[in-house]
Design a protein around this ligand. Structure first.
Ligand code: G3H
Ligand code: ZN
Length: 293
């Protein structure tokens, strides 16, 4: 799989998002990762959102991995593992290196004993909330040598790398200024340099808005998972607003939401095609070491 195709990890926070994602993957006969953020779990309720996603995963005609996105709360990670997630991301990238290493190691030891895969992050993937104290994009990029050491010492299964992509739509002028110091949206040479030293699958966060050409180049050089949230939200949002404007008489939430879910689903399908994931469902197994719950 490495170098040939990738799997998008789509964020969900509600029924419509999960439904749109699964429909897209089924249409494309593609495996897919459905992931929750801490904010999404707070919004919908842990048992409620996880229960919903598990039901969709169970009924889906394609392999669905359930994953926890950015999380540094060990207790929450334990809970999600007990609820059946096949992988979790422990994100301690905001902490000094040694503390990131310590927490990541502890999570790996806990998760691996239960057959669950762990992703961790090295470097900082910028978001609108992260502009403080950052002078240049390079300050936050993943260092290839440190990445090799981190992977060796933690025994993580996938590594989230900071190579220029950002979370969300940059609105703060300070983050825009930092981004303008980067030559290209994504530093593909850095991806290559990391790949030379790190053999586990690489994960690109903030993959919304990354030019198609760069997504494909990143796949070629070892990025196996792309986290996508914003592009699906934007598609949903646009269709929802258009529909409400066009049909002011509609008051049934299902009729209001259906076109937005459809638009989100189409956007997800486009990502699956872009990442060569279409048609890869057959024979694909989601984390075979994880007992089914
Ligand atoms: O973890 C979530 C993703 O990195 C979201 O990135 O805002 O570019 O869709 P995005
Ligand atoms: Zn992310």
């Amino acid at each position: 799989m490495l170098g040939k195709y990738a799997i998008p990890a789509f964020n969900t926070s509600d029924l419509e998002m999960t439904q749109g994602i699964i429909r897209a993957a089924e249409k494309q006969k593609a495996p897919v990762i459905v992931q929750t953020s801490v904010g999404a779990l707070e919004y919908a309720g842990i048992d409620e959102l996880v229960g919903l996603n598990k039901a969709f995963a169970r009924e889906a005609k394609i392999p669905v991995a359930l994953h926890q996105d950015h999380c540094h709360d060990f207790n929450l990670i334990k809970k999600l593992i007990s609820l059946g997630y096949s992988s979790v991301m422990v994100d301690a990238s905001h902490l000094p290196y040694k503390e990131n290493l310590k927490l990541t190691k502890a999570v790996v030891s806990y998760a691996h004993r239960r057959g669950v895969w762990v992703q961790a992050e090295l470097g900082r993937i910028l978001g609108n909330e992260d502009w403080q104290n950052v002078k240049s994009g390079d300050d936050l990029m993943t260092d290839p040598d440190q990445a090799a050491e981190f992977v060796r010492d933690t025994r993580i299964d996938t590594l989230a790398i900071a190579v220029g992509s950002v979370h969300g739509i940059p609105v703060d002028p300070r983050i825009k200024k930092v981004l303008s110091t980067l030559k290209e949206h994504v530093d593909i040479d850095r991806v290559k340099a990391i790949r030379k030293k790190v053999k586990i699958p690489l994960v690109m966060h903030g993959a919304s808005g990354v030019p198609d050409k760069q997504i494909r180049a990143a796949i070629k050089h070892g990025v196996a998972v792309f986290n996508i949230d914003t592009d699906l939200r934007v598609a949903f949002n646009k269709a929802l607003r258009d529909n409400l404007k066009k049909h002011v008489e509609v008051y049934d939430p299902r009729k209001i939401l259906a076109p937005a879910t459809e638009a989100l689903s189409k956007a997800a399908e486009a990502k699956l095609k872009l990442m060569y994931t279409s048609g890869k469902a057959k024979g694909f197994r989601v984390n075979p070491s994880r007992p089914r719950t």
